[in-house]
Design a protein around this ligand. Structure first.
Ligand SMILES: [Zn+2]
Length: 349
C-alpha cells in the first residue's frame, strides 16, 4: 500500500512509498484512509527536526489527524463496516505513570508515552491503517470529510475544559474569551466558545481576509493589532501563537482572576519583550493562572465529537482550504499564506 513515510531526524527523507499492509497486532479494526490533516508538527517531522520511528524500524509513517472508513470492524469493536472513524493519537506509557494508569495519557508524568505518526508508532498517512477498538472514535456520518478536524478539536476541547476547571477555584462567570492566533486550533476554539455562549474575540497578525471573515461569520470580533492595544480585559485567553511577545502581553492583559491557557508551541524568538518579573507581578496581583495544555484524552475526543456534530457544516468546510493527493505530499507539507487546514485525501468520502 502507498504511505507517506519519513526517516525521523534526517532531512530530505520524506517520500511516498509502497510498504506492507498493517498487521492485526496493530489493532483489530481495519480502516481505509479517507483523509489526513497536516499540521506544523508534520512539517517539522518532514523537515527532519522531530519524530521517532517505531523501535527497530528505519521509518515512521507520518500523520496524526486521521479520518477513515471501517473495512473490517473485527470481533469486539462495536463498530460496523463503513463507519467513519478517527484514531486517537497518544498511547499510555508502559510503566504506567499514575495519570496514564487512569486513562489521562495527555497528562503523562514520565514522557514515555507514544504517539501515532509522531513518536514510535506509525501514523495514518497510508492507504490502510489499523486501530485498537478502544482508540477508535466514531464520527457523526453527516460530518463526512469534516471528521478530519476531530484531532485539532480534541486539543481545543481539552484546553477549554482546563480553563473551566481552573475557573471554579473562585466565583466563575466568564463572559469574554480572547483567542490569539487564527489557525485551525484558534478558530475551532472560537467556534466552541461561541457554542458555550461567550463573547469571542480573535487576534491574528493578518489584516482581514478569510480568517477575519470566518470570525465575523461566527458572530465574533476580529482584531489584527497587538494584544496590549485591546480595549477590554478578557476573562480567559487561549494563546495559540507561541510567540513570546503575544504571550507576555496576554498575561498583562488578562482580567482579574482570569486564566491564560497556552496552547501554542513556539521556538526562540527575539528575546524577552517584557521583563519576566513584571509579567509575573501582573499575574500575582490579579490572581491569574497561566496554564499549559497539550494533547487530549478520550473524554476530550468524545467532547470534541459532540461539538463538531453541532457546528455549522459550511463554516467548518471553510477551514479546509486545500485538499491534496498523496502524490502531492510535498505541496501539502508547504505552508502557503492563505492556508488554514490542508488535508491529504487518500480516498473518496
Ligand atoms: Zn504516563
Amino acid at each position: 500500500m502507498k504511505a507517506i513515510i519519513v526517516e525521523p531526524k534526517k532531512t530530505g527523507t520524506v517520500r511516498l512509498e509502497n510498504i506492507s499492509e498493517p498487521q492485526p497486532k496493530e489493532g483489530s479494526v481495519l480502516v481505509r484512509a479517507v483523509a489526513v490533516g497536516v499540521c506544523g508538527t508534520d512539517v517539522e517531522i518532514a523537515e527532519g527536526k522531530y519524530g521517532w520511528a517505531p523501535q527497530g524500524q528505519q521509518y515512521l509513517v507520518l500523520g496524526h489527524e486521521s479520518l477513515g472508513r471501517v473495512i473490517d470492524p473485527g470481533p469486539s469493536s462495536g463498530l460496523k463496516k463503513d463507519d467513519l472513524v478517527v484514531g486517537i493519537v497518544r498511547r499510555p506509557d508502559p510503566v504506567p505513570c499514575p495519570n496514564c494508569a487512569v486513562g489521562e495519557w495527555d497528562m503523562c508524568r514520565n514522557g514515555l508515552y507514544t504517539e501515532r505518526g509522531i513518536k514510535e508508532i506509525h501514523g495514518f498517512m497510508s492507504e490502510l491503517w489499523r486501530i485498537e477498538p478502544e482508540y477508535a472514535i466514531k464520527v457523526d456520518p453527516s460530518l463526512g470529510l469534516l471528521g478530519v478536524l476531530l484531532e485539532p478539536s480534541s486539543v481545543v476541547a481539552k484546553a477549554l475544559e482546563q480553563v473551566g476547571l481552573i475557573g471554579r477555584r473562585s466565583f466563575w462567570e466568564p463572559k469574554t474569551l480572547l483567542v490569539t492566533g487564527a489557525g485551525p486550533v484558534g478558530l475551532l476554539a472560537a467556534l466552541f466558545a461561541k457554542i458555550y455562549g461567550l463573547d469571542v474575540h480573535v487576534l491574528d497578525r493578518v489584516e482581514g481576509g478569510p480568517k477575519a471573515d470566518l470570525v465575523r461569520e461566527l458572530g465574533g470580533t476580529y482584531h489584527s493589532g497587538s494584544v496590549k492595544d485591546l480595549k477590554f480585559e478578557p476573562d480567559a485567553i487561549i494563546e495559540c501563537t507561541g510567540v513570546g511577545q503575544v504571550i507576555g502581553e496576554s498575561i498583562q492583559k488578562i482580567g482579574a482572576n482570569g486564566i491564560v491557557c497556552l496552547a501554542g508551541i513556539g521556538h526562540g524568538g527575539s528575546g524577552l519583550s517584557a521583563n519576566i518579573a513584571d509579567v509575573a507581578s501582573s499575574a500575582v496581583l490579579r490572581n491569574n493562572v497561566i496554564v499549559g495544555s497539550v494533547n487530549a484524552n478520550k473524554r476530550h475526543w468524545y467532547r470534541a465529537s459532540q461539538y463538531l456534530a453541532r457546528a455549522d457544516r459550511s463554516w467548518l468546510m471553510k477551514l479546509i482550504t486545500r485538499i491534496e493527493k498523496p502524490e502531492s505530499f510535498m505541496n501539502a507539507l508547504q505552508r502557503k499564506p492563505d492556508d488554514i487546514k490542508v488535508v491529504i485525501q487518500f480516498s473518496e468520502i
